[in-house]
Design a protein around this ligand. Structure first.
Ligand SMILES: Nc1ncnc2c1ncn2[C@@H]1O[C@H](COP(=O)(O)OP(=O)(O)OP(=O)(O)O)[C@@H](O)[C@H]1O
Length: 234
């Protein structure tokens, strides 16, 4: 008989997740036991004061950093069992990440910025796929432009296209509008939610903006390394 694996039904299952930094003689406890279950396809906003641990939690959940303790399953993979290399492989294609600073490679065009990770992940027709995702974010006329030739809003749209082109199970976004003016930020948010809905990815979004948080189905709040509030917003 096949055993039922509850972690496969969820995008994220974290149990007593902990993160300590600093050296062993003077460890600093950054995350102090996070328990969190996120169903597939849910949109989750993470709020909390500066220094409360939001980016650190996202770094663990997205596989950018390893936890110091606890268990973590993400998109059906046991992240707690993986080495750094294993995490990098597990992230590929499963997880998309959009950060406040767009992190595009300056020597590559918009098209190359989106296509190269697809190529590295061994996906078919990376350039066709990249240009179709860039078209979906309204940048078909900017494919051959370098990041320095694009506005902030356009650069963030390239970053969104890069994150979504592999069809990830989970999209993580850390203050994705933090470097944009409010009108451009609002357009980028529309696009992010629209594209996410089209591919059905789970969304995990860090924001300081309560209005943006309310667009998500669920709102978590952190304080001092812990989740202190967890509510459904609609
Ligand atoms: N590499 C590090 N070494 C030591 N302490 C760190 C390190 N990175 C983060 N911290 C500390 O961990 C705590 C949580 O930081 P984190 O960046 O996760 O908070 P945050 O809620 O995302 O803050 P913000 O909203 O300002 O981005 C902070 O007290 C920070 O100083």
């Amino acid at each position: 008989m096949q055993s039922h694996n509850p972690t496969a039904d969820h995008a994220i299952v974290a149990e007593s997740l902990a993160l300590q930094l600093g050296n062993t003689s003077a460890p600093v406890s950054i995350l102090k036991g996070i328990d969190l279950v996120v169903p597939k396809g849910q949109t989750v906003a993470l709020l909390g004061p500066s220094g409360s641990g939001k980016s650190s939690l996202m770094a663990l959940l997205s596989g950018l950093e390893r936890a110091s303790g606890g268990r973590l399953h993400v998109a059906g993979e046991d992240f707690s069992e993986l080495s750094e290399d294993g995490l990098a492989r597990a992230r590929r294609g499963r997880i998309g990440i959009v950060l406040q600073a767009f992190h595009l490679l300056p020597t590559m065009t918009a098209l190359e910025n989106v296509a190269t990770p697809l190529e590295l992940a061994g996906m078919d027709s990376p350039f066709d796929r990249a240009s179709s995702e860039l078209r979906a974010v309204g940048l078909d006329h900017r494919l051959d432009h370098y990041p320095s030739q694009l506005s902030g809003g356009e650069q963030q749209r390239v970053a969104i296209a890069r994150a979504l082109a592999p069809d990830p199970a989970i999209l993580f976004a850390d203050e994705p509008t933090g470097n944009l003016d409010s009108e451009t930020g609002a357009q980028v948010v529309e696009l992010l939610f629209d594209r996410r809905a089209t591919i059905g990815a789970t969304l995990f979004l860090i924001t300081h903006d309560p209005a943006l948080a309310d667009r998500c189905e669920r709102v978590l709040e952190m304080a001092d390394g812990r989740i202190v509030s967890d509510r459904l917003s609609r």
